[in-house]
Design a protein around this ligand. Sequence first.
Ligand SMILES: Cc1cc2nc3c(=O)[nH]c(=O)nc-3n(C[C@H](O)[C@H](O)[C@H](O)COP(=O)(O)O)c2cc1C
Length: 199
Amino acid sequence: MRVGDTRPLPPPDRKGRVPLETAIARRRSVREFADRPLSPEQIGQICWSAQGITDAKEGLRAAPSAGALYPVELYLVTKEGVDHYEPAGHRLRRHRSGDLRPPLRGAALDQEMIEEASACVAIAMVASRVSRRYGDRAETYCLFEVGHVAQNVLLQVEALGLAAVAVGAFDDRRAGRLLKLPRGQRVVYLIPVGFRRAG
Ligand SMILES: Cc1cc2nc3c(=O)[nH]c(=O)nc-3n(C[C@H](O)[C@H](O)[C@H](O)COP(=O)(O)O)c2cc1C
């Protein structure tokens, strides 16, 4: 896959088999991962839980958003490259190629799960999308929204039988430069996701 290429994701499962309460009760931070890639179905489900369109008529998404302005952008950092999730079309677009997990680990106090997990979900926000309407509240609203998105991801990961940890301890400027995020996008949360390493 070359930069700019897109790949469709499998349609999301909207029923699942794990009750919400079970996912909440079982969710735990996991920091040791096996070296195994996620399937397209797992990737699709995770992206959908974060930013998928759940009301096609109105274009509303899985996580709430102040004024439905949707300032959150979702990236997936894997061995192959960095992909950007496009909610309209439920697909990934290759943003960068190559494995950026090792340098991303370097930007995150050398926390090794960022390199070891199959994928690292990077949640970015664009405050200007919200400040036009909500002024000084924009930053706060964006951070709330990132939290909503992150929790959906963590619970979806649990329901899929996968493992994850929320990572806030990283240099966001360095991570943004590394991922070559468009101007105005700030990466605020990282969620390494993968298969729990036995033992
Ligand atoms: C805002 C935030 C930032 C966090 N940053 C990190 C981090 O950088 N590294 C890490 O290993 N865990 C991080 N965590 C995970 C917490 O350590 C973890 O949630 C806590 O120990 C409770 O354990 P539990 O998630 O298993 O319930 C973070 C959690 C939150 C909410």
